[in-house]
Write a protein that binds this ligand. Sequence first.
Ligand code: VAH
Length: 315
Amino acid sequence: MKERIIMIGANGQIGSELAVALRQKFGNENVITSDIRPPAELKSGEIFETINVLDKDAVKALLVKYKPTQIYLLAAMLSATGEQYPMKAWDLNMNGLLNVLDLALELGIKKIFWPSSIAVFGPNSPKQHTEQYCVMDPNSIYGISKLAGERLCEYYHQKYGLDIRSVRYPGIISWKTAPGGGTTDYAVHIFFEALRQGKYASFLSENTELPMLYMDDAVRGTIELMDAPAEQLSIRSSYNLAGISFTPAMIAEEIKKILPNFEMSYVENDPRQAIADSWPASIDDAYARKDWGWQPTFDLEAMTKDMIENLKTNI
Ligand code: VAH
């Protein structure tokens, strides 16, 4: 059967690159992107619809119009912005998901991708090699909404048979689309500033180790999960996914190997520090590796080189 995909929340950091890969895989005519406002650019042949995921009737009309076989739901408010507008974050992250889950059930759309995050772990979760199953006490509204969302996904799978698939993304690093409102965004901003200003003032302290993943790996891994045979998947909440764990000091050193004059400094008392301190430093992704062959390819050196080479020609 021909696959047709609707992506909701397609203008964000992950959606904008995932859409490119999906259009290459399935053809422009089979990938409809949507978001609350039009994208900065839309190439000829690409289909886009303006939609608010909280408007259930509008989402239903979209799904009835295009009859997708898969839905990618990426609309969410991330950790840092979520702490500024907690109830808006809860509303978007939870009711957006519930709208899609209920409509998928009603309209018989079996396959759904929904991103979770390492933000579902909290201060009492293990800090290093955080397992798939462990104490999870998130204390950001974003992390709380993602943990609740994981529980809903597993519930809709077990109770109704929806084929929902999910990964706990680390901080995602990319050069094509700037991230919005995240705690890990420093690891993207640093590259733009290193090339523009030759310096960067990090809002996270130098030894704040966080799990990160390069966008190329994140996009490939997401599609590999969606392509995996359903019977191979033992996790229906959300898979731990690991790539590269590093600190601001480590990424600064890596940048200096290419830009020797780069200067790093640190801003104290940024509210995002407390969020970062509640998260793990590294993740154990054994289940993803075993169930569907997950394997990251970019290490810190390769990512830094790729980021700087691409930004040099694109900004
Ligand atoms: C954030 N980039 O910083 C997101 C991500 C693990 C972090 O969920 O909120």
